[in-house]
Ligand binder design. Structure first.
Ligand SMILES: C=C(O[C@@H]1C=C(C(=O)O)C=C[C@H]1O)C(=O)O
Length: 362
């Protein structure tokens, strides 16, 4: 494997690192069931497909058919070179606040009830960032549980990140999802931080924002699963920069022999209202109208599947693409009735900070 563009996915206390790429599968349409089934059927025992699928249906997906192994996480040594950064925000925080206002107005008219809107940072780094160094820092500091590095279509581009959000895991007939929605930035003051966490657990706006996601996932799981189980109320999940509301969901595949692989399950569940909205079609139209096409692989899903159909996919958030000197970061936030533009700017700023910190941005 190229040391410049590591191929790995970590969720436990080890990282699965690819050492040989047997084949790379591309599709122009990451929502294609036929493509997903073809890739899974091609996997030999001991192989995995690791990759990423775009946010939009009908947009590309890439899966690397690999052999590899679990490796312990190693601490990096060595000095970081001094870097200079040129940063461009798009949309700007003011433009993003205007997008939030427009979404809130549209939600008041209906039928739109929730939409997730994102913004980006584009950075030019001199000297260029080194993806393997960023991955080492992510693995050791672990700002989110799901650390990934996936080479994309071009010869130099790589998708990296530390997502806190499990889209779906399949292990035999056991299915798990841990949707997140409803967030507040951490405070440096421990008392204030605790107050924010308590307030999040009681916030009607955030609980509503969260319930949209849980309802959509439960509905989809019930099409292919039995024993779908979700806690009566969300719990708190902390990342390096934000508090989230989280709902662990478990289920059992109704028919594990012919039932969907982890990859198919991820396709069926995506886009959840954690990254899209409610209703799905109206939210997607609003996202395109207000954001344009800044997402690509951001807010899609990333992970692995094996030939038995087992696997694990995270939502592609707290993520960045690195392409030589160019770095792009994305963060989004759910907008519902009662969302405050300034708070959404602060929330997306805190989410952007996860990858900004590990890439050394000031
Ligand atoms: C879209 C992002 O995060 C999603 C949106 C959240 C929210 O609106 O509260 C919380 C977690 C994620 O599901 C992101 O981090 O970019």
């Amino acid at each position: 494997m190229s040391a410049d563009r590591p191929l790995l996915f970590a969720s436990g206390d080890q990282a699965y690192v690819a050492d040989r790429v047997v084949r790379t599968w591309h599709t122009p349409d990451g929502s294609s069931a036929a493509w997903a089934d073809e890739v899974v059927a091609a996997l030999e025992p001991g192989e995995r497909a690791i990759g990423a699928l775009s946010f939009a249906p009908g947009a590309p997906g890439i899966l690397h058919q690999v052999t590899g192994s679990e490796r312990p996480l190693v601490r990096t040594a060595g000095e970081e070179p001094e870097r200079t950064y040129e940063v461009r925000e798009f949309p700007t925080p003011d433009e993003y606040a205007a997008m939030v206002r427009e979404a809130v107005e549209r939600i008041a008219e209906g039928p739109l009830r929730k939409v997730v809107l994102g913004r980006c940072l584009d950075v030019i780094s001199d000297p260029p960032l080194v993806p393997s160094e960023i991955i080492d820092r992510l693995l050791v500091t672990r700002p989110g549980r799901y650390v990934f590095s996936v080479p994309l279509e071009g010869a130099t581009e790589v998708l990296v990140g530390a997502s806190p959000e499990l889209l779906v895991r399949r292990e035999g007939d056991q299915i798990a999802c841990t949707p997140l929605a409803g967030s507040v930035p951490h405070s440096d003051d421990p008392d204030e931080d605790a107050r924010r966490a308590e307030a999040l657990l009681l916030s009607a706006k955030d609980l509503a924002e969260h319930a949209f996601v849980v309802d959509a996932i439960v509905r989809t799981l019930k099409e292919v699963c039995v024993d779908v189980d979700v806690a009566a109320a969300p719990t708190l999940l902390s990342t390096d920069t934000v508090w989230h509301l989280a709902s662990p969901i478990t289920a059992r595949l109704a028919d594990p022999e012919t039932g969907p692989s982890a990859l198919r399950l991820a396709q069926l569940l995506h886009p959840t209202p954690a990254v899209g909205g409610v209703p799905t079609a109206e939210a997607a139209a609003m996202i395109t109208a207000l954001e344009g096409d800044l997402r690509d692989y951001f807010a899609g899903f990333v992970g692995w599947v094996d030939g038995d159909g087992d696997g694990e996919f995270a939502v592609t958030i707290r993520a960045a693409t690195i392409d030589g000197p160019r770095l792009r970061l994305f963060a989004g936030a759910g907008i519902v009735a009662g969302s405050d533009p300034a708070s959404e700017v602060a929330e997306t700023g805190a989410k952007l900070a996860t990858m900004a910190r590990v890439t050394g941005l000031p």
